[in-house]
Write a protein that binds this ligand. Structure first.
Ligand SMILES: *Cc1c(COP(=O)(O)O)cnc(C)c1O
Length: 359
């Protein structure tokens, strides 16, 4: 008789199947987007916070580094730690700044640079040993950053500032606030001594050369977001969520689909049940509204999206078998208009159940 394997040994010899969900990144499009934004703005960095907007920093950062990117922006200290194996620590800026002395100690020992957002953070930085840092000045968004009135404080003269930043509130609109913030930023530049100045996010890049300063900080446009019409034709789609059909069923006319039976088959039809639901970031707004595609055939979502499952009408693609993959309709501007979600939300929603890979 064969000796019985322990449960742990059995698990190792046959690891359980991961969710049949994958997020394919087009590495060429990602690199081309950074290069286009870099050309357009003179010198671009990259916002890679929130796991590179949900696309996977481990996949995105090496591609952008090879394309030439040298400046990285994350929100949290733990996000800096995640990308430190790919890029020099001194090229990573933590936007939320040092919230306590432990953050300062991490920055000083690792070389990751804080973005100081208040006089209190500046004092903390100096007290902890400091060194080269970045400074955010608020020019009107009232989110993070020193107030214009703080700039006369003598503490500022004691900082060794690489980047002096500000952030635009309404760059994706033709708003008078853009020119107002630009004028305030000119006043900031006159009083804050820094090696480099930076104002524009993706949408700000499209506002023109006056907004570009020394370094731009695109995020969403790197990942295929079109946040101003000027970026259409410049920025290519990068992310493609895909999911497997795990069951095929034939329905008779009159049969109901999904929770609360919001869909009733108007005629006999074939259904594909997809292993994708709101727990994966495919929210209920796609119920009876979203779509998927298989080999060029459109397959509309029918019924409610549930936690881990969504049904699609595959009558037009009867060759589909269980295990086949379908691509979720996720063209960002179109999907945003259809769902009411922002292009940013559409990307950052995608759950870690998706296996990320750069192709
Ligand atoms: C997120 C962020 C960016 C990038 O913005 P996009 O609109 O995605 O280009 C730039 N700067 C700061 C301070 C940010 O928080």
């Amino acid at each position: 008789m064969l000796p019985e394997l322990s449960p742990a040994a059995r698990a190792l010899s046959a690891p359980p199947r991961p969710a049949p969900l994958r997020l394919r990144l087009d590495a060429d499009a990602l690199a081309a987007n950074w290069q286009a934004l870099n050309r357009m703005s003179g010198h671009a960095g990259a916002a890679v916070k929130a796991d590179a907007y949900g696309l996977g920093a481990a996949q995105v950062v090496p591609v952008l580094a090879r394309a030439g990117c040298r400046d990285w922006f994350v929100a949290h200290w733990c996000e800096a730690a995640e990308i430190m194996e790919h890029v020099p620590a001194s090229s990573i800026a933590v936007l939320h700044g040092p919230l306590d002395h432990a953050d300062v100690a991490f920055a000083v020992s690792s070389g990751v640079r804080p973005v100081l957002n208040s006089l209190a953070q500046a004092a903390r930085w100096i007290a902890g040993g400091g060194g080269v840092c970045h400074v955010m000045v608020d020019t009107g968004i009232n989110r993070l950053g020193l107030a214009m009135a703080d700039l006369a404080d003598p503490l500022l003269a004691r900082l060794d500032i690489d980047l002096c930043l500000s952030h635009l509130a309404s760059a994706d609109e033709d708003s008078a606030q853009n020119a107002e913030q630009l004028a305030r930023f000119a006043a900031v530049r006159a009083v804050v001594r820094a090696r480099r100045y930076s104002l524009a996010n993706s949408a700000g890049i499209a506002l023109g050369a006056a907004y570009h300063a020394d370094l731009t900080r695109p995020g969403i446009a790197l990942y295929g977001g079109i946040v101003r019409p000027e970026l259409a034709g410049v920025v290519r789609a990068v992310a493609s969520p895909q999911a497997a059909v795990i069951q095929v069923r034939d329905l008779a006319a009159g049969e109901r689909v999904g929770y609360n039976a919001t869909f009733v088959a108007p005629h006999a039809m074939r259904l594909g049940v997809i292993a994708l639901g709101y727990a994966d970031g495919y929210l209920r707004c796609w119920s009876d509204c979203g779509g998927m595609a298989h080999g060029g055939t459109s397959l509309p979502v029918v019924g409610r999206v549930s936690m881990d499952l969504t049904a699609i009408d595959i009558s037009a693609a009867p060759q589909i078998r269980e295990g086949d993959w379908v691509a979720v309709d996720y063209d960002l501007p179109t999907a945003a208009a259809k769902s009411g979600l922002s292009q940013y939300e559409l990307l950052t929603l995608l759950h870690r159940r998706f296996a990320r890979s750069a192709l």
